[in-house]
Design a protein around this ligand. Structure first.
Ligand code: T5A
Length: 223
């Protein structure tokens, strides 16, 4: 049986550069010498890593007419997306020895619905345990960027429903991410540097985390 693969997650406020860095990791990781022979890299995201998830993503970010969810329904829809994502995509890939790199995971729910919307973090942890079946990332990398710079990078692109929550909401999310990183031992990356410097910092963090005994990496609290 193949050794379980490694599960890596990028987190951060909208516009911090996750998608850009994910593509750079997609190109770098398979040739980095870190992955065992035969292991493939599965690159995915939340919400929307499955067929069901794509439909939920549309409802969450671009709901039609009066279909916008309230905060509790929003929490449950993100949890449903994650449950399907873990069951259909992440867990089978890891079990087959492949590596999974996800743009967001449970940490986003704690930051946006917990710290941002003010829903109880203990409830969110319980829901995460149900949705993930206890699966945790081996390494969570937080791309930290001040909100003002994230908004500047978004530029004229229209805000989705979550981004439209306003600056105070997004500021709570930013602060929440930093608190979670501290509490849960995530790796913090200064995303305000140049693209190349951020990429180098991420690669060094992954190499450091893998140094020694390889994957699974040192266990972290719920990520
Ligand atoms: N959400 C998600 C929840 O509320 N709860 C949850 O549980 C989950 C899972 C998903 C939304 O759902 C919320 C959070 C989100 O609001 P999304 O469409 O998946 O949203 O997108 P975001 O994660 O918001 O991603 P974005 O595309 O908006 O931002 P990224 O991916 O962080 O940033 P990126 O790479 O697109 O870069 C943004 C711009 O900055 C430039 C890029 O070229 C681009 O123009 N850039 C840099 N510029 C200068 N220097 C650098 N170092 C740069 N890096 C990137």
């Amino acid at each position: 049986m193949a050794e379980r693969g490694c599960f890596l997650v990028l987190e951060g406020i909208d516009g911090c550069g996750k998608t850009t860095q994910l593509e750079r990791l997609r190109a770098w990781l398979p040739s980095s010498g870190l992955m065992p022979p035969g292991a493939e890299l599965v690159v995915t995201r939340e919400p929307g890593g499955t067929g069901l998830g794509l439909a939920l993503r549309q409802l969450l970010l671009h709901p039609p007419g009066d279909a916008a969810p309230g905060s509790t329904a929003e929490l449950l829809l993100y949890a449903a997306d994650r449950a399907q994502h873990v069951q259909q995509c992440i867990a089978p890939a890891l079990a087959a020895g492949h590596w999974v790199l996800s743009d967001r995971f449970s940490g986003s729910t704690a930051a946006y619905q917990g710290h941002g919307r003010g829903l109880p973090l203990a409830l969110i942890d319980q829901l995460a345990a149900i949705a993930t079946g206890g699966l945790r990332p081996d390494l969570t990398l937080l791309l930290e960027l001040p909100l003002a710079e994230a908004l500047r990078r978004r530029g004229a692109r229209p805000a989705d429903r979550i981004e439209a929550g306003g600056d105070a909401f997004l500021q709570r999310v930013c602060a929440g991410f930093s608190t979670l990183a501290h509490q849960q031992g995530w790796c913090r990356i200064d995303a305000g540097q140049s693209l190349e410097a951020v990429t180098a910092a991420i690669q060094a963090a992954i190499e450091d985390a893998l140094a020694g005994d390889g994957c699974p990496l040192a266990p972290q609290a719920h990520g």
